[in-house]
Design a protein around this ligand. Structure first.
Ligand code: MG
Length: 255
Protein backbone atom coordinates (compact mmCIF):
# COMPACT_ATOMS: atom_id res chain seq x y z
CA UNK A 1 0.00 0.00 0.00
CA UNK A 2 1.52 3.26 -1.11
CA UNK A 3 -0.44 5.54 1.21
CA UNK A 4 -3.80 7.18 0.86
CA UNK A 5 -4.59 9.89 -1.58
CA UNK A 6 -7.96 11.41 -2.39
CA UNK A 7 -10.14 11.77 0.65
CA UNK A 8 -13.87 11.20 0.67
CA UNK A 9 -15.81 14.21 -0.56
CA UNK A 10 -18.21 15.65 1.94
CA UNK A 11 -20.32 18.40 0.37
CA UNK A 12 -20.74 20.76 -2.56
CA UNK A 13 -19.78 24.27 -1.44
CA UNK A 14 -21.57 27.27 -2.91
CA UNK A 15 -20.24 30.12 -0.77
CA UNK A 16 -17.32 32.42 -1.52
CA UNK A 17 -14.57 32.27 1.13
CA UNK A 18 -14.20 34.85 3.90
CA UNK A 19 -11.59 37.53 3.15
CA UNK A 20 -7.94 36.57 3.35
CA UNK A 21 -6.54 37.51 6.74
CA UNK A 22 -2.86 38.37 6.23
CA UNK A 23 -1.97 38.19 9.91
CA UNK A 24 -3.81 34.93 10.71
CA UNK A 25 -3.92 32.75 7.61
CA UNK A 26 -1.27 30.59 5.94
CA UNK A 27 -1.79 30.01 2.22
CA UNK A 28 -1.27 26.84 0.20
CA UNK A 29 -1.90 27.53 -3.46
CA UNK A 30 -2.11 25.15 -6.37
CA UNK A 31 -0.72 26.52 -9.65
CA UNK A 32 -2.45 25.19 -12.81
CA UNK A 33 -6.15 25.98 -12.87
CA UNK A 34 -5.84 27.99 -9.64
CA UNK A 35 -3.29 30.76 -10.18
CA UNK A 36 -2.84 30.32 -13.93
CA UNK A 37 -5.16 29.08 -16.66
CA UNK A 38 -4.66 25.51 -17.82
CA UNK A 39 -3.18 25.43 -21.32
CA UNK A 40 -3.30 22.70 -23.96
CA UNK A 41 0.30 21.83 -23.17
CA UNK A 42 1.77 22.29 -19.68
CA UNK A 43 4.87 24.02 -21.07
CA UNK A 44 2.67 26.77 -22.55
CA UNK A 45 1.77 28.04 -19.07
CA UNK A 46 3.19 31.40 -18.02
CA UNK A 47 2.62 33.59 -14.99
CA UNK A 48 2.11 37.24 -15.79
CA UNK A 49 4.27 39.89 -14.16
CA UNK A 50 1.10 41.04 -12.37
CA UNK A 51 0.55 37.60 -10.88
CA UNK A 52 4.17 37.28 -9.74
CA UNK A 53 3.95 40.76 -8.18
CA UNK A 54 0.68 39.83 -6.47
CA UNK A 55 2.17 36.65 -5.01
CA UNK A 56 5.23 38.56 -3.80
CA UNK A 57 3.03 41.20 -2.21
CA UNK A 58 0.75 38.66 -0.51
CA UNK A 59 3.74 36.65 0.70
CA UNK A 60 5.41 39.76 2.14
CA UNK A 61 2.20 40.88 3.84
CA UNK A 62 1.81 37.41 5.39
CA UNK A 63 5.37 37.22 6.75
CA UNK A 64 6.19 34.65 4.08
CA UNK A 65 3.46 32.16 5.02
CA UNK A 66 2.53 31.40 1.41
CA UNK A 67 3.42 28.21 -0.43
CA UNK A 68 2.68 27.06 -3.95
CA UNK A 69 1.88 23.35 -3.92
CA UNK A 70 1.87 21.79 -7.34
CA UNK A 71 2.14 18.56 -9.27
CA UNK A 72 4.88 20.16 -11.36
CA UNK A 73 8.52 19.75 -10.47
CA UNK A 74 10.06 22.60 -8.46
CA UNK A 75 12.37 23.35 -11.39
CA UNK A 76 9.39 23.79 -13.67
CA UNK A 77 7.52 25.85 -11.06
CA UNK A 78 10.52 28.12 -10.56
CA UNK A 79 10.58 28.91 -14.25
CA UNK A 80 6.93 29.90 -14.15
CA UNK A 81 6.67 31.94 -10.94
CA UNK A 82 10.34 32.81 -10.60
CA UNK A 83 10.85 33.15 -6.84
CA UNK A 84 7.58 35.00 -6.17
CA UNK A 85 7.13 32.92 -3.00
CA UNK A 86 9.69 31.47 -0.57
CA UNK A 87 7.98 28.13 0.00
CA UNK A 88 6.81 25.50 -2.43
CA UNK A 89 6.14 21.82 -2.89
CA UNK A 90 6.65 20.00 -6.19
CA UNK A 91 5.46 16.68 -7.62
CA UNK A 92 2.54 16.53 -5.16
CA UNK A 93 4.69 16.84 -2.04
CA UNK A 94 7.66 14.75 -3.26
CA UNK A 95 9.92 17.84 -3.10
CA UNK A 96 9.58 20.63 -0.56
CA UNK A 97 11.32 23.99 -0.82
CA UNK A 98 11.99 26.30 2.11
CA UNK A 99 13.87 29.33 0.84
CA UNK A 100 16.97 27.96 -0.88
CA UNK A 101 16.67 24.57 0.79
CA UNK A 102 15.01 21.69 -1.06
CA UNK A 103 14.24 18.32 0.52
CA UNK A 104 13.10 15.27 -1.40
CA UNK A 105 11.40 12.06 -0.38
CA UNK A 106 13.46 8.86 -0.66
CA UNK A 107 12.06 6.81 -3.51
CA UNK A 108 12.82 3.55 -5.25
CA UNK A 109 14.02 4.80 -8.64
CA UNK A 110 14.41 1.29 -10.08
CA UNK A 111 10.63 0.72 -9.81
CA UNK A 112 9.98 3.88 -11.77
CA UNK A 113 12.58 3.01 -14.39
CA UNK A 114 10.93 -0.34 -15.02
CA UNK A 115 7.56 1.42 -15.15
CA UNK A 116 8.92 3.93 -17.66
CA UNK A 117 10.00 1.16 -20.00
CA UNK A 118 6.62 -0.57 -19.72
CA UNK A 119 4.71 2.65 -20.36
CA UNK A 120 6.79 3.40 -23.43
CA UNK A 121 6.19 -0.10 -24.80
CA UNK A 122 2.44 -0.13 -24.08
CA UNK A 123 1.87 3.32 -25.56
CA UNK A 124 3.71 2.25 -28.68
CA UNK A 125 1.77 -1.01 -28.95
CA UNK A 126 -1.47 0.95 -28.74
CA UNK A 127 -0.30 3.60 -31.20
CA UNK A 128 -0.70 6.35 -28.61
CA UNK A 129 1.52 9.39 -28.13
CA UNK A 130 0.38 11.42 -25.14
CA UNK A 131 2.70 14.12 -23.88
CA UNK A 132 4.89 12.29 -21.39
CA UNK A 133 6.31 14.48 -18.64
CA UNK A 134 9.13 12.87 -16.69
CA UNK A 135 9.40 14.38 -13.21
CA UNK A 136 12.01 12.02 -11.77
CA UNK A 137 9.64 10.73 -9.06
CA UNK A 138 6.73 10.43 -11.42
CA UNK A 139 5.71 9.97 -15.00
CA UNK A 140 2.76 12.10 -16.12
CA UNK A 141 0.79 11.16 -19.23
CA UNK A 142 -1.03 14.24 -20.55
CA UNK A 143 -3.84 13.43 -22.99
CA UNK A 144 -5.53 16.80 -23.44
CA UNK A 145 -4.47 16.58 -27.10
CA UNK A 146 -5.97 13.10 -27.55
CA UNK A 147 -9.03 12.98 -25.24
CA UNK A 148 -10.49 9.94 -27.04
CA UNK A 149 -7.56 7.89 -25.74
CA UNK A 150 -8.36 8.68 -22.09
CA UNK A 151 -9.64 5.26 -21.15
CA UNK A 152 -6.76 3.31 -22.71
CA UNK A 153 -4.11 5.63 -21.26
CA UNK A 154 -5.64 5.42 -17.80
CA UNK A 155 -5.73 1.65 -18.03
CA UNK A 156 -2.08 1.52 -19.09
CA UNK A 157 -1.15 3.75 -16.14
CA UNK A 158 -3.12 1.64 -13.67
CA UNK A 159 -1.72 -1.64 -15.00
CA UNK A 160 1.88 -0.42 -14.95
CA UNK A 161 1.50 1.09 -11.47
CA UNK A 162 0.05 -2.14 -10.13
CA UNK A 163 2.81 -4.22 -11.71
CA UNK A 164 5.56 -2.11 -10.14
CA UNK A 165 3.92 -1.28 -6.79
CA UNK A 166 3.51 2.39 -7.64
CA UNK A 167 0.61 4.81 -7.16
CA UNK A 168 -1.63 6.44 -9.74
CA UNK A 169 -2.77 10.04 -9.47
CA UNK A 170 -5.59 11.24 -11.66
CA UNK A 171 -5.79 14.90 -12.64
CA UNK A 172 -7.50 16.95 -15.33
CA UNK A 173 -6.60 15.24 -18.64
CA UNK A 174 -3.51 13.75 -17.04
CA UNK A 175 -2.74 10.51 -15.25
CA UNK A 176 0.43 10.10 -13.28
CA UNK A 177 2.43 7.09 -12.14
CA UNK A 178 4.19 8.23 -9.01
CA UNK A 179 6.84 6.63 -6.82
CA UNK A 180 6.27 8.64 -3.66
CA UNK A 181 3.53 8.10 -1.10
CA UNK A 182 3.55 11.80 -0.33
CA UNK A 183 0.59 14.01 -1.15
CA UNK A 184 -0.20 17.70 -1.19
CA UNK A 185 -1.66 17.09 2.28
CA UNK A 186 1.77 15.98 3.45
CA UNK A 187 3.26 19.22 2.12
CA UNK A 188 0.68 21.30 4.02
CA UNK A 189 1.31 19.34 7.21
CA UNK A 190 5.11 19.59 7.17
CA UNK A 191 5.20 23.27 6.22
CA UNK A 192 2.65 24.10 8.95
CA UNK A 193 4.99 22.58 11.53
CA UNK A 194 7.50 25.45 11.38
CA UNK A 195 7.61 29.24 11.03
CA UNK A 196 6.38 31.26 9.26
CA UNK A 197 3.39 28.91 8.94
CA UNK A 198 3.34 27.60 12.52
CA UNK A 199 0.43 28.95 14.56
CA UNK A 200 -1.46 30.27 11.55
CA UNK A 201 -4.72 28.95 10.10
CA UNK A 202 -4.08 26.94 6.91
CA UNK A 203 -6.07 27.79 3.80
CA UNK A 204 -5.64 25.47 0.81
CA UNK A 205 -6.78 26.51 -2.67
CA UNK A 206 -6.96 24.22 -5.68
CA UNK A 207 -9.02 22.98 -8.58
CA UNK A 208 -8.15 19.31 -9.01
CA UNK A 209 -8.54 15.96 -7.30
CA UNK A 210 -5.03 15.95 -5.87
CA UNK A 211 -5.88 19.21 -4.05
CA UNK A 212 -8.41 17.30 -1.95
CA UNK A 213 -5.53 16.02 0.19
CA UNK A 214 -4.50 19.63 0.88
CA UNK A 215 -8.09 20.60 1.73
CA UNK A 216 -8.32 17.72 4.18
CA UNK A 217 -4.99 18.58 5.82
CA UNK A 218 -5.94 22.27 6.13
CA UNK A 219 -9.27 21.36 7.65
CA UNK A 220 -7.70 18.92 10.10
CA UNK A 221 -5.53 21.78 11.38
CA UNK A 222 -8.46 24.12 11.90
CA UNK A 223 -8.38 25.79 8.50
CA UNK A 224 -10.37 25.38 5.31
CA UNK A 225 -10.18 24.62 1.62
CA UNK A 226 -11.29 26.65 -1.38
CA UNK A 227 -12.25 24.81 -4.53
CA UNK A 228 -11.61 26.66 -7.79
CA UNK A 229 -14.10 26.01 -10.59
CA UNK A 230 -17.62 24.68 -10.87
CA UNK A 231 -19.05 23.59 -7.51
CA UNK A 232 -18.75 19.82 -7.04
CA UNK A 233 -18.54 17.41 -4.14
CA UNK A 234 -15.28 18.21 -2.35
CA UNK A 235 -13.60 18.44 1.02
CA UNK A 236 -13.31 22.22 0.50
CA UNK A 237 -15.69 24.54 2.33
CA UNK A 238 -15.79 27.39 -0.16
CA UNK A 239 -15.64 27.93 -3.89
CA UNK A 240 -14.21 30.52 -6.27
CA UNK A 241 -15.26 30.24 -9.92
CA UNK A 242 -11.94 30.72 -11.73
CA UNK A 243 -8.33 31.93 -11.64
CA UNK A 244 -9.39 35.58 -11.95
CA UNK A 245 -11.58 35.24 -8.86
CA UNK A 246 -8.61 33.71 -7.01
CA UNK A 247 -6.42 36.72 -7.93
CA UNK A 248 -9.13 39.14 -6.79
CA UNK A 249 -9.53 37.27 -3.52
CA UNK A 250 -5.74 37.31 -2.96
CA UNK A 251 -5.53 41.02 -3.76
CA UNK A 252 -8.30 41.83 -1.29
CA UNK A 253 -6.38 40.60 1.72
CA UNK A 254 -7.02 42.36 5.00
CA UNK A 255 -4.66 42.90 7.85
MG1 MG B 1 -4.58 22.49 -10.51
Amino acid sequence: MRGTQHQIATSTPVDAPPPLNASAHALFLDLDGTLVEIQDRPNEVHASADLRALLRHVSDSMSGAVAVITGRSLGDLGEIIGGAVDYAAGVHGFEIQRGNRISRDQIEISQLEAARADVRRLLEENGLAPLVEDKHASLALHYRQIPAAEEVIQRIARDVATTHGLRVLQGKMVVEIIATARTKGHAVTVLMAAPPFLGRTPVAIGDDRTDEDAFTAAKRMGGFGILVGEPRPTGADYVLPNTSAVAIWLAGEQN
